[in-house]
Design a protein around this ligand. Structure first.
Ligand SMILES: Nc1ncnc2c1ncn2[C@@H]1O[C@H](COP(=O)(O)OP(=O)(O)OP(=O)(O)O)[C@@H](O)[C@H]1O
Ligand SMILES: [Mg+2]
Length: 453
């Protein structure tokens, strides 16, 4: 048979199983020796004392005159009330004295008849011991001793006699063992779960601890780490590509704008040249934002820190309130407390700022921002009383460059990257973002973020 290696999970369970089995077998083998109700040898000091008594009785009856039975009756006169009784038999097992004897004695005599190997056994409360040799002239007699055991039977005997309590004790003893086993077996699974949660939060970092423990989990951990590294590599590559493209596009754009400026100077203003310039400017802004977005994503993990809601957003909200006032709009927000958050401060600030700025831009004259906490999550809602977004486009506004059909024609609109940046930032911080219709008539954006411990 090929034995499983102990480094594997299967092997460990196998080992624990066999150890437990061995323990049970050992206990079962030992039990009969410990149970006083089964026949077993007498402890040495006690055996010596009994043998001394047998010798002294031998010398007393050898000197005295009279019949043997009468002589013996001196020792066997009913002393049961004192919790002690001697019995004498012939070597053939016939009881000589006392006349009245018990079932226990008769049973014991048939089992213990060799004075060279005296035994003892418990019958109810009576402990029978013997036989011990007593000499009477040329005859040999056997002496048995019965005495009451006053101390209560050992704990395990009491338990063995009560199956329900035995079951309870077994459960009591085995529960911590099983709990430990369950804990030890699930430890690597929990590590893997924590690592998966970290990845879900956007932390693509390999964890060397995953590659320890039993063989199965070691392999799973190694595969997991490989996957994380591969994803990390892929994301990094993509982000770098985006960042490089944006960067590279900037130089020809700048040259284009310089060329239009030169053309304007040579040929004077024309509608076409102005149009080229405006579009080039728009492209430049877009590329600038794109560059900003990719820069944020590339380094977002390295710049995570412990902060709180108030220090993140208070200044931004005050600025926004001032800006809204300038446009004749009223912006109000509920109290901002120091709820703990863990993340990249710049990303978190611009995430909310983009939503608030949209509300100011697209709202008519009223913007409300509400902060609440619920079950270790911070919930933020931003509402305005503008036109809102058609229901069938609510899910699309988080896509990069997406602009609602009515806004597309508006010359005043932005690039359509603001909400994409917000969505990406919130997702990287294990949060959620959702757009819906506000009771005020405009758009309602609801954000939730996990609070850190
Ligand atoms: N509060 C709002 N009310 C109505 N429409 C909105 C609101 N917020 C966003 N939108 C719509 O969603 C689109 C996408 O918003 P997003 O913030 O991504 O881009 P943007 O505001 O147009 O440009 P920018 O990149 O400068 O923010 C907007 O063009 C607009 O049509
Ligand atoms: Mg915007």
């Amino acid at each position: 048979m090929k034995l499983p290696r102990f480094s594997s999970l299967y092997g460990r369970i196998f080992a624990v199983f066999w150890l437990t089995l061995l323990l049970v077998v050992l206990i079962l083998l030992l039990l009969p020796n410990l149970d006083p109700r089964t026949q077993h040898t007498i402890p040495q000091p006690q055996q010596e004392r009994f043998q001394e008594s047998a010798a002294s009785i031998s010398s007393q009856i050898s000197h005295d005159g009279g019949s043997l039975e009468r002589k013996l009756s001196r020792f066997t006169d009913d002393k049961r009330h004192k919790g002690f009784q001697l019995y004498f038999t012939t070597t053939d097992g016939d009881v000589i004295s006392p006349r009245r004897n018990s079932k226990a004695l008769r049973n014991f005599i048939t089992m213990a008849d060799s004075p060279s190997h005296p035994k003892q056994k418990l019958y109810g409360r009576w402990m029978m011991a013997g036989p011990f040799e007593v000499r009477h002239k040329d005859d040999t007699l056997l002496m048995y001793i019965g005495r009451i055991v006053r101390e209560p039977p050992p704990f395990f005997i009491q338990i063995l006699d009560k199956p329900f309590q035995l079951l309870l004790l077994t459960m009591l003893v085995s529960t911590p063992l099983l709990l430990w086993l369950a804990w030890a077996i699930s430890l690597p699974a929990r590590r893997l779960q924590n690592a998966a949660e970290r990845v879900a939060k956007g932390e693509f970092e390999a964890d060397p601890k995953l590659e320890s423990g039993s063989k199965e989990f070691k392999q799973a951990g190694a595969s997991f780490n490989q996957m994380v590294q591969a994803i990390n590599h892929m994301i990094g590559g993509q982000q770098r590509l985006l960042s490089d493209i944006s960067h590279e596009l900037r130089s020809p754009l700048t040259r284009l704008r310089m060329a239009t400026a030169l053309a304007k100077r040579k040929q004077g203003e024309s509608n076409e040249l102005t149009r080229i310039d405006t579009e080039a400017e728009r492209l430049e802004t877009m590329i600038g934002e794109l560059l900003e977005l990719s820069r944020m994503q590339v380094n977002s993990h390295e710049q995570r820190e412990q902060t709180d809601a108030a220090s993140l957003w208070y200044d931004m909200l005050e600025d926004a309130r001032f800006e809204a006032e300038q446009c004749g709009k009223a912006l109000s927000y509920t109290t901002l407390e120091e709820w703990p958050l863990h993340g990249n401060p710049n990303l978190l600030i611009s995430a909310l700022e983009n939503v608030v700025r949209n509300a100011i831009k697209y709202g008519d004259d009223k913007i409300t921002i509400r902060f609440t906490t619920q079950a270790m999550r911070l919930c933020i809602t931003v509402e305005d009383n503008g036109e809102g977004v058609p229901d069938n486009e609510l899910g699309d506004i988080f896509r990069p460059f997406y602009r609602v059909s009515t806004a597309r024609d508006r010359s005043s609109g932005g690039t359509g990257l603001g909400l994409a940046i917000t969505e990406s930032a919130i997702r990287q911080h294990s949060g959620t973002i959702k757009a819906s219709r506000s009771k005020l008539g405009g758009l309602k954006v609801s954000i939730t973020l996990p609070l850190s411990k």
